[in-house]
Design a protein around this ligand. Structure first.
Ligand code: MG
Length: 159
């Protein structure tokens, strides 16, 4: 059996009044991440971890932010497409682990619905996806409330 790992990393600027959608779930917040798509970082880092593991470049290569087709797109759609791409190449997800770094809004209460939604989007079991949130202890761009970052690792396998 072949096993590969990949990582994803992403940063988005916070903007007042933008919807805050993470893991496909709308999180109550007075600010949201800025982006060409819906700027759902949880989906973006999962896409990059999966593409990296499968040696298939990155999210911007396949879904350019210069392409009007992807303007305002739900990032769950991009994640679904990435899952199709890796499955077409014979890969299946083993597990993925996501860390979101932000001070506000608090995510803990929303994590079960994010996991449930992503399991459905990706066609996997909830036990295959972990989502964690942490703060930056008030330091740096996250601590100053300027932006949010996220990272993920994914393990994929094929016979
Ligand atoms: Mg992004």
């Amino acid at each position: 059996m072949k096993i590969r790992v990949g990582q994803g990393y992403d940063v988005h600027q916070w903007v007042a009044g933008r919807p805050c959608r993470l893991g496909g779930i709308l999180i109550p917040s007075d600010h949201g991440p800025l982006g060409h798509s819906d700027a759902d970082l949880v989906c973006h880092v999962l896409c990059d971890a999966l593409l990296g593991a499968a040696n298939m470049r990155n999210i911007g290569f396949h879904f350019s932010d210069k392409d009007p087709a992807w303007k305002g797109v739900a990032s769950t759609v991009l994640l679904q497409k990435v899952m199709e791409m890796i499955r077409k190449d014979g890969w299946e997800l083993g597990n993925a682990d996501v860390t979101v770094i932000l001070d506000q809004p608090k995510l803990n209460v929303h994590i079960p619905s994010m996991k449930e939604n992503l399991a459905q989007v990706m066609g996997i079991e909830e036990s295959q996806i972990s989502i964690k949130a942490t703060t930056s202890e008030g330091m740096g761009f996250v601590g100053r409330g300027e932006g949010i970052s996220a990272m993920a690792v994914a393990l994929i396998q094929k016979d």
